[in-house]
Design a protein around this ligand. Structure first.
Ligand code: GTP
Ligand code: MG
Length: 466
């Protein structure tokens, strides 16, 4: 990672009408460049001191804004580079003009996440902390903010470093044995090493479990509607959203892709997903079914929709290989009216919730025609979503987000393989190779061993100005 030196500029605050907007410059020479927009300043003011400035366009001398400025020295700014921050009035057009004037004076518009990337390149932050910065901007729940702040303070990085230390100590022992000592008859205490490695793997397992529980808090809760074709999934999707979002047709196989929409439930912004009907299919429909299964595997709450008018078992959980949290028996207006008796769910106009035992799913009768059961379903979903959120809150994460989880999972696979080699009595150099690979994967988490391509992927998700 080379140290970048050109001057970048961007609006650091949100686009749109606001009281104030911050324009940020970073790079060698940014103080000198900023002075060209501040004819009232003969030289850079004292660092970190807020000064009032009249900003002018250095090209034609026209006034841009009455603003304030802070000059930051290299080593004392967010990026670690010489930086300037102008706090201007908040009009989008005005801020555009200030950014444009900086560009005219020689700055380059920053790429997404480029300020944070520079902070990482200069060692001000590691990749875990950089991702925490993005999480702070994207947080849709206050628990996500707590997680991000603790990561930014370095808690998570220290835990990863602790894990690396344990593996590094083992590696040092093993390599020393391989290089010098084995010939002299000195051998590694495989039992003690296996114990240490088992503990490290247990820490990794705990970290992966925590990350799983935390995921909905960080990325949002997903509720998926699944079931056989024509069961009434899209109709229910529309009824819950109270809008005509998904196509509903009498013929089975209408929905071909996963359709997602935001649904607020008890103060949590949930993503509700409608999916293709599950059946053996070919071509584009088979792709739809694969996507439905994928969405189901990732979802936090699974609702199985069963056509209540259909007495056959093809739409059941077992037949469809679905493990639902809630089962909706749809089209209650048809089967309840026709049968007149049926089970408890068929009586009255309100859907009756049949309580699930233990982990057994709760069953609910619904109709989008007369609205029965829809409110009861909403209440039930709200309760399930709250349960998912509670589970995540308890955790103190080792890793957060898909990228870090993948790296930790990969580290665990190699650590496990090293443990097997130790137990099997396999030559130590094989276990050493595995341990080195496990360490490299742990290094990916903090960014010590990532490629530029991975960095590109991480920072592409940031907004410009971060
Ligand atoms: N009477 C009645 N008809 C319903 C109800 N819900 C859905 N339907 C009808 O059932 C048919 C299928 O509904 P959809 O919502 O498209 O079913 P789906 O599960 O999304 O179907 P696919 O996308 O093909 O898997 C349509 O003709 C709907 O009008 C209901 O509560 N009452
Ligand atoms: Mg559908």
């Amino acid at each position: 990672m080379g140290v970048p030196s050109d001057i970048i500029v961007a609006l650091a605050t949100g686009v749109g009408r606001a009281a104030l907007g911050i324009v940020r410059l970073s790079g060698d020479g940014s103080h000198r460049l900023a002075l060209r927009l501040c004819p009232g300043l003969a030289q850079p003011p004292e660092c970190r001191r807020l000064v009032r400035v009249r900003l002018v366009d250095p090209g034609d001398g026209r006034g841009l804004d009455d603003a304030t400025a802070v000059f930051l020295a290299a080593g004392a700014s967010f990026t670690g580079e010489e930086s300037v921050e102008f706090t201007c009035h908040g009009g989008p057009l005005l801020l555009d003009r200030v950014v444009g004037a900086c560009v005219q004076a020689g700055a380059r518009p920053a790429l997404a996440g480029e300020f944070t990337r520079r902070a990482v390149a200069l060692g001000r932050l590691d990749l875990v902390q950089a991702e925490a910065v993005a999480l702070l901007a994207d947080a849709s729940h206050d628990a996500a903010i707590d997680v991000a702040l603790s990561a930014l303070a370095g808690t998570q990085s220290r835990r990863i470093a602790g894990l690396c230390d344990v593996l590094l100590d083992l590696l040092a022992d093993w390599e020393a044995t391989l290089d010098f000592l084995e010939d002299d008859g000195v051998v590694v205490d495989r039992v003690a090493a296996a114990q240490t490695l088992s503990q490290a793997i247990a820490t990794m397992d705990q970290g992966l479990d925590q990350a799983r529980a935390l995921r909905p808090l960080v990325e949002g809760v997903q509720v998926v509607l699944v079931g056989a074709p024509n069961a009434g999934k899209s109709s229910l999707f529309n009824a819950l959203l109270e809008q005509d979002r998904a196509i509903v047709r009498p013929e089975p196989g209408t929905t071909r892709d996963v359709v997602g929409e935001r649904l607020p439930l008890g103060g949590v912004a949930v993503t509700l997903l409608d999916t293709a009907g599950l059946r053996t299919a070919e071509g584009v429909e088979a792709e739809g079914v694969a996507r439905a299964r994928d969405a189901m595997a990732r979802a936090d709450v699974r609702v199985l929709v069963v056509d209540g008018t259909d007495a056959r078992r093809e739409g059941d959980a077992a037949a469809l290989d679905v493990c639902p949290d809630i089962v909706v028996r749809s089209k209650a207006d048809l089967w309840a009216a026709a049968s007149g008796d049926g089970d408890g769910a068929s009586r009255g106009t309100e859907g009756v919730v049949l309580p699930g035992e233990g982990d057994a799913p709760v069953t609910l009768a619904c109709s989008v025609r007369d609205g029965r059961g829809i409110e009861a379903l909403r209440v039930l979903l709200t309760e399930r979503v709250a349960r998912v959120m509670r589970r995540g809150r308890a955790s103190e994460p080792l890793v957060v987000g898909e990228r870090q989880v993948a790296a930790l999972a990969a580290a665990r696979v190699r650590a496990q393989s090293a443990l097997r080699a130790l137990a099997d009595g396999t030559p130590l150099d094989l276990a050493t190779t595995d341990l080195r690979a496990a360490l490299a994967h742990l290094g990916e988490i903090s960014g010590a061993t990532v490629t530029e391509a991975v960095m590109d992927r991480v920072f592409r998700r940031f907004c410009v100005g971060k």
